[in-house]
Design a protein around this ligand. Structure first.
Ligand SMILES: NC(=O)c1ccc[n+]([C@@H]2O[C@H](COP(=O)([O-])OP(=O)(O)OC[C@H]3O[C@@H](n4cnc5c(N)ncnc54)[C@H](O)[C@@H]3O)[C@@H](O)[C@H]2O)c1
Length: 398
């Protein structure tokens, strides 16, 4: 019998998402006779203790007898139970300095750490994540802010809706102006953005049409790798080559900045990749007024992302001349929406989606049948760095 414990989130500000919702826990217990799931009591989850109890899941105060502990965000150092196997987003794989002390504590406590972010298919595609709902919420917020800026329509806040279904109801009867929206990316975030574009009845057009034509109805274009980047000399795009040598490429985005009202950014970005545009590109031809930077790297693919806002206060302006932060919706500014925990605006739906992927792609492996995906996502084994993560040796040294 394997005992899985869903831990109480300890990070501040607290996260209300869960790895498995009550119905999923029930389903697992019915279908896998050798798994027992318990839930650590919490009053900040999007599903209450009562809802887990109603699904037949025990709610406990002590999870120290579990074999596997699942959370979402970083576990506070003091709460880590020695010698256990943990699954959560540790934000350590890029040697994040702010989590180095946590990493050292996990080593000292001989913990086995499996990081959701490191669960990948053989070809390197991520298996599990919250990206889809980040895309949904980010796209909604982008449209909401453009409505606030122009006064042409009004959209409410996502987190005030009961769930995704009631959010969609907001879109019935929504009359949008002839807005032009450029969407970047091809992963989960991009899929979430496209879902909102389609639910709002915005028409998709091809890149050449988008660049050349004026439309009498709202349109969007989706730009993927080859539309966004080209080799500096060969003028080609080859996916594997680009992933391995991003600094050999330059951005092709600028023409879209000259004819778009809104940018919804959902690309995957690293420091060595070209930015979509540079600060010097923001001139009188730069037409974009609202940027929802869902990718959300400060000073990253969007150079005027000046850092994170919160769900409660998600938008700021950036002055077009001196690139300083301003109040939103000013004529001389571009509005930027930069929030790092977007799925938290729809925590129940995002948790259900996450749990489905966990059950489908990870659970069989976790129980020891399947391929070595879990092995490859194991950063620490009983406190020791695994071979796959040898590159973290300097980060782990203490
Ligand atoms: N703001 C938020 O709340 C929030 C939430 C979730 C994700 N995000 C961010 O959004 C971005 C996109 O996330 P996603 O869920 O769509 O990711 P994803 O893993 O679903 O898709 C990433 C895409 O990037 C491509 N890719 C993978 N490795 C690459 C590499 N080395 N170089 C270039 N391209 C590569 C993949 O082919 C894939 O199409 C990420 O930066 C993520 O951190 C933000």
């Amino acid at each position: 019998m394997i005992k899985i414990g869903l831990i109480k989130e300890g990070k501040v500000p607290s996260d209300s998402r869960v790895a498995l919702i009550p119905a999923q826990c029930k389903w697992i217990m019915q279908h896998f006779k050798d798994i027992n799931i318990v839930v650590e009591s919490s009053n900040t989850r999007c599903f209450s203790d009562e809802e887990y109890k109603r699904a037949g899941i025990a709610v406990v105060n002590d999870i120290s007898d579990c074999d596997i502990l699942m959370g979402i965000k970083e576990v506070p150092k003091d709460a880590l139970v020695p010698n256990k196997t943990y699954l959560f987003f540790s934000h350590t794989r890029k040697k994040q300095p702010y989590n180095q002390a946590l990493f050292h504590t996990m080593m000292d406590k001989k913990i086995t750490l499996i990081d959701y972010e490191c669960l990948e298919h053989e070809d390197g595609q991520r298996v599990i994540g919250f990206g889809f709902f980040a895309g949904v919420v980010g796209a909604h917020n982008g449209m909401m802010c453009y409505g606030n800026r122009t006064g042409l329509y009004k959209l409410g806040r996502v987190y005030e809706e009961k769930d995704y279904r009631s959010l969609i109801h907001q879109y019935f009867g929504l009359k949008l102006p002839n807005v032009k929206i450029v969407v970047t990316g091809s992963g989960r975030v991009a899929h979430g953005i496209l879902e909102v574009m389609n639910l709002m009845g915005i028409t998709e057009v091809e890149p050449d049409e988008y660049l050349e034509k004026k439309f009498t109805y709202p349109v969007y274009v989706q730009l993927k790798g080859p539309d966004l980047f080209t080799h500096k000399h060969l003028k080609t795009y080859q996916r594997e080559h680009f992933h391995a040598n991003p600094s050999d490429y330059r951005s092709r985005f600028l023409p879209y900045a000259h004819c778009s009202d809104i940018l919804m950014n959902g690309i995957f970005w690293t420091e060595d990749m070209p930015r979509l545009f540079e600060l010097s590109d923001i001139d009188e031809h730069f037409a974009i007024q609202t940027i929802s930077d869902i990718t959300d790297d400060a000073h990253g693919s969007i150079p005027i992302n000046l850092g994170d806002q919160t769900i409660e206060d998600p938008v700021y302006g950036v002055d077009r001349k001196n690139f300083t932060k301003t109040a939103p919706y000013l004529p001389g500014s571009i509005d930027v929406i930069a929030v790092g925990n977007l799925p938290n605006e729809l925590p129940c739906d995002a948790s259900r989606y996450f749990g489905e992927q966990l059950i489908k792609h990870v659970l069989p492996d976790l129980l020891g049948s399947g391929n070595d995906m879990v092995e490859r996502a194991t950063i620490l084994k009983q406190g020791q760095l695994t071979n796959h993560f040898n590159y973290l040796a300097d980060y782990a040294a203490h």
